[in-house]
Design a protein around this ligand. Structure first.
Ligand SMILES: [Zn+2]
Length: 546
């Protein structure tokens, strides 16, 4: 027995020296628990990296003996994961919040007003923008109106968006600049008028009327905010994101910035289907510029549930005769999806209500004939009729969901939907069982940027305070392994990026994070006090919290 082991040892030693003698590595991570997220969910002790790629993984001694390397990181048994990938986010939307009044978590509209007043003192621009108010946290839980803002700011325009981005409040100065009157009508949106007077509440496309007259930030200032945002994303362990909706002006800027390597985080840019973007897609096709990957469209079928803009098959349970609405009619949605299928672009469509989901699933199914691997996504896939889950399975449609939406919405979702419909809402495990894959994200800045909060919400279906006990519809929770794959390889796969990243395997990009605690083993409550120690993109450390 001993002799056998000796011979085996000698043999493997010869094998190493034969293979690796003289090989060098730029970086070795060792004494680690490396969750590769490969097919067999292999855990390694060490990995070697060269030119931004993983060149080998294996046991401690094999890697340390196999490579010449001046840069070793002893992980002290800490866990290493593939860099986290947010499957649905708004990069510029988040960066912009760094230049806006932060209204998230305000316990009342009065608190919002206080925050706006103190923000106004240091705000250098004429317009004051804010983001994050949520009337469901207030008593009463009703939309605000602009009366107080008009008193306090008669001449300075103000536009503050609801947390979901689908509703906003504008003061009279802002409404005047946008030319909105009580007679203004807008398709795919809504302007609230009570007793003949504007209240300042704007839904969906109505918001754009006001947002459209706010002077644009100059590109250099924009880039400076994006870089600040990028640092915050690295700090929480994100190395990739799906940027869910880019107009052509921003697409041109991102092309320039990524072309100059001004930005590093890997971005899968979903283009809004404006005329210039449609032209671009037709002439340029799929494009990779630095770490920017362009090859898909973002469509919006409906709005959000919180502001009752989600399009439902039966009326809202708390507003009879109100069904929400489609933001574009189904023929227009079909035309863009058809165009995409002709030029080999992917389609990712925002669908919240069961009606919006059904409309889009039918369009995808129709265009899926003969194209089994198009990896088109439904963004949010929030409320689904039971019979419609089969579309995901039969037509390889990938759901992209946000577990923290579930734990934010759970306080009021039943009021909007009623018990029966709620059973088929936020149904992540059901979706996964149909498709074998589910993409996870945050939709930041709608939710916070933290991927570990996504992981926690997906496995517990609880808010950060741990309620409700046992979780909200716990049958729909994901296992830790499923949640991890949903934040790494599944989004990469859904973007056709799985050959380059998403797992820690030989030949793939060295995008990874080292965490302070092993989220695969610790108690769920400890996940929220786990931190990112270091983040690497292409083998380069982009965040070091040690
Ligand atoms: Zn979004």
């Amino acid at each position: 027995m001993k002799t056998n082991r000796f011979i085996a040892g000698l043999f493997s030693l010869l094998l190493f020296t034969g293979c690796y003698q003289g090989d060098s590595a730029d970086l070795i991570i060792h004494n680690a628990q490396i969750y590769s997220c490969d097919e067999s969910f292999t855990i390694y002790e060490a990995m070697a990296i060269r030119d931004g790629k993983i060149i080998q993984l294996g046991p401690e001694r094999e890697i340390l003996n196999g490579y010449k390397c001046d840069h070793l990181i002893d992980a002290q048994l800490r866990p290493v994961f593939p860099g986290f990938h947010d499957g649905h986010a708004h990069f510029w939307g988040y960066a912009k919040t760094l230049a806006q009044a932060d209204l998230t978590g305000s316990a009342s509209f009065d608190e919002c007003i206080d925050r706006i007043q103190s923000f106004a003192e240091t705000c250098e621009t004429e317009w004051i923008e804010g983001r994050g108010w949520d009337q469901t946290l207030w008593d009463p839980a009703a939309f605000p109106n602009n009366a107080r803002l008009n008193e306090l700011f008669p001449d300075r325009p103000i536009l503050i968006r609801r947390v979901d981005g689908h509703a906003a409040l504008a003061n009279q100065a802002a409404l005047d600049l946008a030319g909105i009157t009580s007679a203004t009508v807008i398709e795919g949106g809504w302007i609230e008028v009570i007793d003949g007077n504007l209240t300042g509440i704007l839904l969906d496309n109505a918001y754009d009327l006001v947002a459209g007259v706010i002077p644009e930030m100059d590109p250099d200032t924009k880039l400076a905010y994006l870089k600040r945002a990028e640092n915050s994303l690295f700090e929480v362990g994100l190395t990739s994101l799906n940027d869910a909706g880019i107009n052509h002006e921003d697409r041109e800027l991102f092309e320039q910035w990524y072309g100059n390597n001004d930005l590093t985080i890997k971005s899968y840019a979903m283009l809004f289907a404006d005329d210039e973007n449609l032209d671009f897609a037709k002439t340029e096709g799929i494009k990779n510029i630095g770490n920017l990957h362009i090859g898909s469209f973002k469509l919006l079928a409906d709005g959000a549930l919180g502001s009752r803009g989600a399009c439902l098959i039966s009326p809202y349970s708390d507003l009879t005769d109100h069904y929400g609405f489609l933001l574009r009619d189904s023929a227009a949605l079909y035309d863009i999806a058809y165009f995409a299928s002709e030029i080999g672009y992917q389609v990712n469509t925002h669908c919240i209500g069961d009606s919006a989901n059904r409309v889009m699933l039918k369009i995808y199914a129709d265009l899926n004939q003969g194209k089994p691997d198009h990896r088109w996504k439904i963004e949010h896939a929030q409320v689904i009729q039971p019979e419609d889950f089969a579309y995901f399975q039969n037509h390889h449609i990938i759901p992209s969901v946000q577990p923290t939406h579930c734990t934010s919405d759970m306080r009021w979702a039943e009021q909007r939907l009623g018990k029966h419909r709620l059973k088929h809402a936020y149904a992540y495990q059901t979706l996964l069982s149909k498709t074998g894959m589910i993409v996870l994200g945050t939709d930041f800045p709608v939710e916070r940027i933290y991927p570990l909060e996504t992981f926690y919400a997906a496995i517990t279906r609880q808010d950060r305070e741990g309620s409700p006990e046992g979780g909200f519809y716990p049958d729909e929770s994901l296992s830790r392994e499923e949640a991890l794959l949903g934040m790494t390889i599944w989004p990469a796969f859904s973007n056709f990026e799985d050959q380059e990243k998403g797992t820690l395997e030989k030949g793939k990009a060295a995008d990874f994070v080292i965490l302070t605690k092993d989220i695969m083993k610790i108690a769920p409550s400890e996940i929220l006090t786990t931190f990112v120690e270091q983040t690497f993109v292409d083998g380069e450390c982009v965040f070091d919290g040690r």
